[in-house]
Ligand binder design. Structure first.
Ligand SMILES: *[C@@H]1O[C@H](CO)[C@@H](O)[C@H](O)[C@H]1NC(C)=O
Ligand SMILES: *[C@@H]1O[C@H](CO)[C@@H](O)[C@H](O)[C@H]1NC(C)=O
Ligand SMILES: *[C@@H]1O[C@H](CO)[C@@H](O)[C@H](O)[C@H]1NC(C)=O
Length: 207
């Protein structure tokens, strides 16, 4: 009877020692370590900090400690999730068209169109974010104006993704509803985080 308890103590000791060791050992990738600290701190200002950190920390070497780059990577991540979601809904629609409840089918079609719009908006935002400052001289757009476009489009994308789940409100409970709403919520959280990181960056550069 005592074995599990002792085992747990050993496990606890082992993890504490590993943690202590990790903290005191200088890492050869010092730069990346600073970058992951930077990502963790920045993610702390978002609504879903854990999701933010786990989805972005793998890009630490590209992000360094650059808040614009951090926002851009977050936008790329949610663009990819949103694209994947449209493919998923389109697949589901093809299957569901045979025999699903008409309200479910209608909600699925709307959701496909909502996520399609979101993909376009995020895609446009990524393009603008990549060219920040570049068009500044040429077409006379200030950084503030360019960033406000990005903020507007990303907010619109978030609203579109919310509209998808809202559209399922009157659909009777079913596996399709549960699955689509869960996945849409997950993508929405990525979009919300990207928007928060853009807002932090914008607040820094355009006081
Ligand atoms: C990483 O952080 C440490 C301490 O915070 C600092 O001394 C060092 O210069 C940083 N390295 C880089 C590459 O930013
Ligand atoms: C959509 O369907 C295709 C073909 O059946 C499949 O290869 C793909 O993985 C599916 N994508 C998603 C996101 O469900
Ligand atoms: C994003 O926009 C570019 C053109 O700027 C286009 O080539 C690309 O297909 C778009 N991607 C998506 C997912 O809409």
């Amino acid at each position: 009877m005592r074995t599990p308890f002792i085992f747990l103590i050993c496990l606890w000791l082992a993890t504490s020692l590993t943690a202590a060791y990790a903290e005191e050992t200088p890492s050869p990738t010092n730069n990346n370590e600073n970058s992951t600290d930077f990502i963790r701190t920045s993610c702390g200002t978002t609504l879903y900090p854990k999701l933010c950190y786990t989805s972005l920390s793998r890009y630490a070497s590209a992000i360094q400690q650059n808040p614009a780059q951090l926002a851009l990577v977050a936008m790329h991540v949610t663009l990819s999730k949103s694209k994947h979601m449209t493919t998923y809904i389109s697949n589901l629609t093809r299957q569901a068209d045979y025999g699903a409840n008409p309200r479910t089918i209608s909600a699925l079609h709307d959701c496909f169109s909502n996520f399609g719009d979101a993909v376009d908006e995020i895609n446009g935002s990524v393009k603008q974010m990549k060219n920040l400052g570049v068009g500044g001289g040429g077409d006379g757009q200030s950084l503030r104006f360019q960033l406000s476009n990005v903020q507007t489009w990303m907010s619109a994308a978030l609203t579109d993704q919310e509209t998808c789940t809202d559209g399922f409100e009157d659909v009777p409970e079913c596996p399709i509803k549960k699955d689509v709403c869960n996945k849409a919520t997950y993508v929405k959280q990525h979009t919300s985080n990207a928007l928060a990181l853009i807002n932090s960056y914008a607040a820094k550069v355009t006081p």
